[in-house]
Ligand binder design. Structure first.
Ligand code: ADP
Ligand code: MG
Length: 309
């Protein structure tokens, strides 16, 4: 079953011009689509254009050219409907210190025109695990709680799409896990999630599809699984009965990473060489293999490859 696309981006460009002789092409002909119900991750090093993209969607930054369609609404023609379809969690924490979470969410729901009897304040507070802090001043919340309150704020009008810019930046490991769980349960309820992050391992675990931006160019766009399948270099660790004595390594692409005592670590390209050949090669060197473990590489390898200059 193929799901419909809820975000279409066509030939999107953003050029910031500071003065007449210096301009920055922050987004260069960006094309992408996000499907209903998926968790889509936009990855990229600092300055790649991630926040520029999010800020165009939220209306904070004006695009230079191109088309953006959200939930069936064109950004130029129906900006209000686009806004109503999105819940945006900004990168910067910016909350009024004198309101408590409950009050803040009620006020925000009011801004969005959500009627009193249609508000889901308690449910949202529970979702972001802030029900115990419902009545504490925002200024007394920890950094992680403030960030979760920002997520809560983006949910008051029950948008079908939630967009988060670096939601876990500066959040400690425990709260990060908690935040990812909150996002997962939102997603389980059918909400489409789009996020930017530089925590590549978390993106690998969380996201169905990933786009990688580098200096305004989309250098990869695929399912997380397909991106991982593209990694060709495999690393293997052998535990041997004694030190391997490798004189002539004639196997194509085989590299000795380290060879200490009875541990030998090698790498090879999986489209050029099979592990059986390495095993029989070691057998010919008169060493016995006691244990083998392999490392398939992860998204970090893909990322480094695509964003290095
Ligand atoms: P990211 O979020 O991936 O770190 P940004 O979208 O913030 O990247 O920035 C992309 C590029 O655009 C960077 O080179 C940045 O310096 C530049 N940029 C961002 N905002 C502005 C702005 N308001 N004025 C001028 N240049 C900007
Ligand atoms: Mg950013």
């Amino acid at each position: 079953m193929s799901k419909k696309n809820v975000l279409h981006v066509k030939n999107l460009n953003k050029i910031y011009s500071k003065n007449s002789n210096k301009s920055i092409h922050a987004l260069n002909n960006l094309n992408l689509e996000v499907k209903e119900g998926e968790i889509f991750g936009l990855l990229g090093p600092n300055g790649a254009g991630k926040s520029t993209f999010i800020n165009i969607l939220s209306g904070l930054v004006k695009k230079s050219s191109g088309e953006v369609n959200v939930w069936g609404f064109d950004l130029d023609k129906n900006p209000r409907q686009v806004k109503a379809s999105l819940g945006i969690v900004p990168q910067e924490v910016n909350l009024d210190p004198f309101f408590n979470p409950k009050k803040l969410l009620e006020l925000h729901a009011g801004f969005y025109g959500v009627k009193k009897n249609q508000r889901i304040t308690e449910i949202i507070l529970k979702l972001v695990s802030l029900e115990d802090q419902a009545s504490s001043y925002s200024r007394n919340l920890s950094g992680g709680m403030k960030r979760r309150l920002l997520v809560a704020k983006a949910l008051v009008h029950q948008p079908p799409i939630v967009i988060l810019d670096e939601p876990t930046a500066g959040v400690d490991v425990e709260l990060r896990k908690n935040l990812w769980e909150n996002l997962k349960s939102l997603n389980d309820q059918g909400v489409t999630i789009i996020l930017t992050t530089h925590y590549i391992h978390e993106a690998q675990q969380m996201c169905d599809r990933i786009g990688i931006l580098n200096k305004g160019d989309l250098v990869a766009l695929d399912t997380t699984k397909n991106l991982l399948d593209k990694i060709q270099t495999k690393t293997v660790r052998f535990v041997l009965n004694n030190k391997a004595n490798i004189k002539d390594n004639s196997l194509d692409t085989l590299k000795i990473v380290s060879n200490n005592n009875n541990e030998l670590i090698v790498s090879y390209e999986k489209n050029k060489l099979e592990i059986e050949k390495i095993i029989s090669f070691l057998g010919n060197q008169n060493v016995k293999i006691n244990d083998i473990s392999t490392d398939d590489g992860d998204l970090e390898d893909v990322f480094v490859n695509l964003t290095k200059n």
